[in-house]
Design a protein. Sequence first.
Length: 161
Amino acid sequence: MLYHIRRKEKEFTDNLSKVKVLKSQNYLTLAMIDDGEPYMVPLSQAYDEERNRVYIHMASEGRKLSVLRKNPSVWGMALQDHGYHKGECSHLYASVMFKGKVVFIEDVEEKKHAFRVLADQLEPELEARERFATSEGIPGTVVAYIDIDDWSGKKSSEIDI
């Protein structure tokens, strides 16, 4: 259960705005627990609107993979940073925070779908996007999605999403 947002005037609850924030950001920060200690990493991501999932990929070894295999529960945040609001002692932003579980994808066709979503969101060049989305290395790549259980949105009142 998420805590309520104390500053209600900053909260946005419509899913369309949450989707816009997630789709506008190529990176998110993902927090997890490693043997009772917090561990957090920035990583590239892409949001799949149809499936309400955040796709991620990672190396086939390393701490992040090890931690997520032990405990797939995560907390994530995507942040649109609009900079410091000069003269107002404030910062302009929009953020989406979510909790969920990481699910590793084994099926090659599902991995290909995930890479297509990642390529479409992350890669601006069409030729590179096609190369990325159809790479022969996809079957051997560690690909996962975050199944979102709950999410919330918060923003500066001056920001339109």
